[in-house]
Design a protein around this ligand. Sequence first.
Ligand SMILES: [Zn+2]
Length: 398
Amino acid sequence: MAVTHVKRAFKYRFYPSDAQAVELSRTFGCVRKVYNLALAARTQAWARQERVNYNATSTMLTAWKKTEELAFLGDVSSVPLQQTLRHLQTAFTHFFAKRAKYPRFKSRKRSRKSAEYTTSGFRFRDGRLTLAKMADPLDIVWSRPLPEGATPSTVTVSQDAAGRWFVSMLCDDPSIQPFPAADSAVGIDVGLDHLLTLSTGEKIANPRHERRDRTRLAKAQRELSRKAKGDGANRAKARRKVARIHARIADRRRDMLHKLTTRLVRENQTLVIEDLTVRNMVRNHTLARAISDASWSEFRFLLEYKAAWYGREVIAVDRFFPSSRLCSVCGTLQAKMPLSVRTWTCDCGTTHDRDVNAAKNLLAAGLAVTVCGAGVRPQRSSPGGQSATKQKTPRREP
Ligand SMILES: [Zn+2]
């Protein structure tokens, strides 16, 4: 796979001036408003069995700005508003392809605050980034340099629940070259006790301190729910505390996942994972499960885009594949395998670690997919990490 120009996102913290913070908060609000208005219009059309596309919503936006009650939409840069309509279009494309649920409305409290600017919405000169409607460049903390000659094509500004501001710049990175070809392949299984288990038998633990952070998070969440009916100030304080702990867990995870995915991609030509897309759409009931699923989707995203940079292949095997119940040595399928069973012995005499056996089976299934070829389309990674194809199942659970 030839990789020439790769788009790569560089994310930094920044500290807005008061005026910039006001402008950005206003922009986030308008982005949310436009997204929700367009979603409502598309939903009404959907009920009438009509489809409204991006162009139609773009025309609506122009009309909304001319009304008295929505004139404020014209006060912020139009670029992020157009971008949010494009994102909604993408969400509908995924929905129509049955890859995602029906798009949901953005809530003021729960949705990510962000605004995306394309080249007409910002100026990048001499390493200084100035957004539309702003006089001064952003005060960015350059925690690592942009690569030589890199110019951003898209800039996303966001604010997390802990109140921190971030800017992410999507750049063409001419410095990335594929790794030399390797002949090794690895199966990667996701778990709860361990973050990941490899078919080589290696187990990758959850980040250090995470158990403690989770305990603190659970406690903070209990406090927050106790204060749900209390006074506003205490409740806001409890909410910020929950957000801070969440942010810390996410930061540590991200750091660890970056190092891990780079290593796995460097060491292996083919990486086989389980396709958990469908399971991720199911609501999570436990905190551990929620965090595990969140880091799994981040892991997959990082793995896929790094594989694309470095000329590696990621294969996602259908989740119905009975990887836990199948003996990786003799191929016998066990009738039952409750989650509590961590090691088991097959009739052939092999004793298996549950997760290592599952990872070995994933690897075998993934390699079978690449070999049999005809009629089977494994999911290939793309720089955006979006897998467009739903592959057929190598073996389906009876
Ligand atoms: Zn066996």
